[in-house]
Write a protein that binds this ligand. Structure first.
Ligand code: NAD
Length: 250
């Protein structure tokens, strides 16, 4: 029970990596806020409650200041404190700088980067009040190395990486640790909807460990960064990519 009685907000926790993090955190004793856009967040809440865990689904759009503000207020009303924030919600839309429309650029940047900023902004005043608070941002290996055909996504995730470093410095003396996970290819809807079966096979063959990762393998690293096991870790970027450091599969 690494997170006993801690309160954790996980954005985009209705599916994929966010769902795996929400379930693992609940198993480790946390009260989990599933801050998700999709109504499937309710299913994750039910799944956690069936396991004997504690969770609440709060419908949230991370691109909206009003929605995020209201989610944080509801989380506090329910659980009285916030110890952990996982900025996981994200979208991946394709295009080079030449072919990306302004609308696509704004949608990707608003969700991945502004969403991370807004959730952090509204949680920070409350994280300050708890001991050993932690923010975990989910970026991407493409935020470190770039990748082909996803210019807006790569830019947004690069922003998340450096926002992590800035927030880590700004809030270290307030006892808030801020770290980042940069996943490689992980078996979720985001990946399987972007690539065909044979492309996924090819991607897996390029990963040094020889396969695509699971959402649970990302969740395990998030647990380490959320818990006191990582009490002297802040401003760090953790690759969870099977050794696929070049991100060369597009
Ligand atoms: N799957 C991969 O290969 C991979 C690799 C690197 C990084 N990531 C990152 O991991 C994170 C989780 O993605 P995933 O792979 O689990 O895919 P996913 O599509 O299953 O999860 C993304 C979640 O974000 C939610 N979301 C999107 N826009 C939102 C908004 N405006 N407000 C609230 N929620 C919103 C979606 O509803 C969904 O539940 C993302 O940030 C993604 O960029 C994924």
């Amino acid at each position: 029970m690494q997170l006993k009685n801690k309160v954790a907000i996980v954005t985009g926790a209705s599916s994929g990596i966010g769902k795996a993090i929400a379930i693992l955190f609940a198993k480790q004793g946390a009260h989990v806020v599933i801050a998700a856009r999709s109504a499937d967040g309710k299913k994750v809440e039910n799944e956690i409650r069936k396991m004997g865990g504690s969770a609440i689904f709060i419908k949230t759009d991370v691109t909206s200041n009003t929605s995020v503000k209201s989610m944080v207020a509801q989380a506090l009303k329910t659980f009285k404190r916030i110890d952990i924030l996982v900025n996981n919600a994200g979208i991946m839309l394709g295009g080079t700088a030449e072919t990306t429309s302004e609308q696509t650029w704004d949608a990707v940047l608003d969700t991945n980067l502004k969403g991370t900023f807004l959730c952090s902004k509204h949680c920070l005043p409350h994280l300050k009040k708890t001991k050993n608070a932690a923010i975990i941002n989910i970026a991407s290996e493409w935020g470190l190395n770039g990748g082909q055909g996803y210019a807006a996504y790569c830019a947004s995730k690069g922003g998340v990486v450096n926002l992590t470093r800035a927030m880590a410095l700004d809030h270290a003396r307030e006892g808030i640790r801020v770290n980042c996970i940069a996943p490689g290819p992980i078996n979720t809807h985001m990946l399987t909807s972007a690539f065909k079966k044979d492309e996924l096979k090819y991607i897996a063959s390029l990963v040094p460990l020889g396969r695509i990762g699971t959402p649970e393998e990302v969740a395990n690293v998030a647990l380490f960064l959320a818990s006191d096991l990582s009490s002297f870790v802040t401003g760090s970027i953790y690759s969870v990519d099977g050794g696929d450091m070049a991100g060369y599969y597009a």
